[in-house]
Design a protein around this ligand. Structure first.
Ligand SMILES: [Zn+2]
Length: 195
């Protein structure tokens, strides 16, 4: 007993009784759906990067590493589903997990945008000394100021900043970091100014 790659119902003949597709047509249909969902996942990844630039979380690097790992695991799962479909193996369960993971980057983007845009808590100004600067160019430029931490139990903070703040500040400067609490409790950096 195998399952139809298109609709997932059990079938014992080449033509599926539920959707009327034969196994070749069902495989094509599955690949088309996988391709479309993968496109939604990839655009969601870009949306997440854009959202995290708009309201950069204080723990941005941790968030990006976590979501990056999740993103590539999801992508790998999609590839696995396609490989198994090519070999006419069972894909139904894996396919459902894959489809379930597709909206995750979109949900996280909405969460980060809402966290920043709807944040009504007052700004906290935290003084810190700039220890070093780090920038990585490319399609998604990354700029960080490594500063002394104002939080207990931590030595350093990696502050995501825009180009203006990054260029204005030098090593050794004392800066005021404007930290906001975030609507859902993800602290984010509103800006950095020289003392
Ligand atoms: Zn079917």
């Amino acid at each position: 007993m195998t399952r139809c790659l298109n609709c997932g119902s059990e079938r014992d003949a080449d033509i599926c009784e539920a959707c009327g597709l034969n196994s070749t047509a069902a495989e094509l249909s599955l690949r088309q759906k996988l391709l479309n969902r993968t496109a939604i996942l990839l655009v969601g990844g870009l949306a997440l990067v854009a959202a995290s630039e708009r309201y950069p979380a204080l723990e941005l690097d941790g968030i990006l590493i976590f979501t990056g790992i999740l993103f590539f695991l999801t992508l790998g799962l999609g590839i696995l589903v396609e490989r198994r479909a090519l070999r006419h193996q069972e894909v139904e369960a894996l396919k459902r997990i894959y489809y379930g993971l597709i909206p995750l980057p979109w949900l996280l983007s909405v969460l980060l945008l809402g966290n920043g845009a709807l944040d009504r808590y007052p700004v906290c100004v935290e003084p810190a000394r700039v220890i070093s600067k780090f920038s990585m160019s490319g399609p998604v430029p990354n700029r960080r100021l490594i500063v002394t931490s104002w939080r207990g139990g931590r030595r350093l903070e990696r502050i995501p900043v825009d180009r203006g703040d990054f260029d204005r500040v030098s090593r050794g400067d004392m800066v005021d970091v404007q930290v906001r609490e975030g609507l859902v409790g993800i602290p984010w950096v509103a800006g950095v100014s020289l003392q």
